[in-house]
Design a protein around this ligand. Structure first.
Ligand SMILES: [Zn+2]
Length: 253
């Protein structure tokens, strides 16, 4: 039996999250925006960094790579398809190149659209989704289109419902306000937003959320919801067309 997995949320920059994933004598950081908060969290917990995992190339997810690697010798793991854009990359992974972290299988899912190389790491029921799936939202389409993002999100939706979603930013409250404009009658969404508002008022993170809760409340996973379709006046359009409209409206929300 491998040692249990412990996860520590590390707030970085203004609204980024990096995550420490510790099991036994192995400790990975996911998406270190900057080195200092990560080093402080490691020191506080007495953990030694062994791996750096990047979900995508954006600087607010990789900005700490080189300093942390230089200081700790940690191995940098990220998308092989974006090898040239991941600072200090040692090990490029792609879908199917599953590997092990401290005896736990790490599943790699390719989820392009926010960036063309975006990946999600799934470790012991925890999905690190970067800027692809946000709690109550999804990432912007910088290097892909709506059809590509819908395919990526559909892939994540096939994970077990109790999978915990750890995303790259604290956007839940504003995402939820947008969600309520489309689905004001969604009781699960209303209940969730009450909890989100309480957590944010107390300065607490709103991650993780289960995939099951996302499926009930995240409009980007619900383009087939009758209420959302009615709100958009798109009762007959296909799923991707409705999804694209939701993404478009969020851009100007
Ligand atoms: Zn990004």
């Amino acid at each position: 039996m491998p040692a249990p997995v412990e996860i520590e949320v590390v707030s970085c920059l203004s609204d980024n999250y990096a995550y420490l994933v510790k099991t036994g004598d192995v400790c990975a950081v996911v998406d270190p925006s900057e080195p200092e908060p990560v080093k402080a969290a490691l020191a506080r917990r007495g953990w030694k960094l062994t791996h750096i995992l990047n979900t995508h190339h954006h600087l607010d997810h990789t900005g700490g790579n080189l300093a942390l690697k230089a200081e700790t010798g940690a191995v940098v793991v990220g998308p092989a398809k974006d090898a040239a854009r991941i600072p200090g990359l040692d090990s490029g992974v792609e879908e199917g190149s599953d590997w092990e972290l401290g005896g736990h299988k790490v599943q790699v899912l390719e989820v392009p659209a926010h960036t063309r190389g975006a990946i999600t790491f799934v470790i012991d029921g925890n999905a690190f989704t970067g800027d692809t799936l946000f709690t109550l939202g999804c990432g912007r389409l910088f290097e892909g289109d709506a059809a590509m993002m819908w395919k990526s999100l559909s892939k994540l939706m096939r994970l077990p419902d109790d999978t915990k979603i750890w995303c790259g930013h604290e956007y839940t409250q504003s995402n939820g306000r947008f969600a309520l404009t489309l689905e004001p009658g969604n009781q699960a969404l209303k209940a969730r937003m009450n909890e989100v508002n309480i957590a944010r008022a107390a300065g607490e993170p709103t991650v993780p959320a289960t995939l099951g809760l996302e499926k009930q409340t995240n409009p980007f996973l619900r383009p087939d919801s009758a209420e959302i379709r009615k709100s958009l006046g798109m009762e007959k359009e296909d799923t991707v067309t409705v999804f694209a409209e939701i993404r478009e409206r969020k851009n100007s929300f």
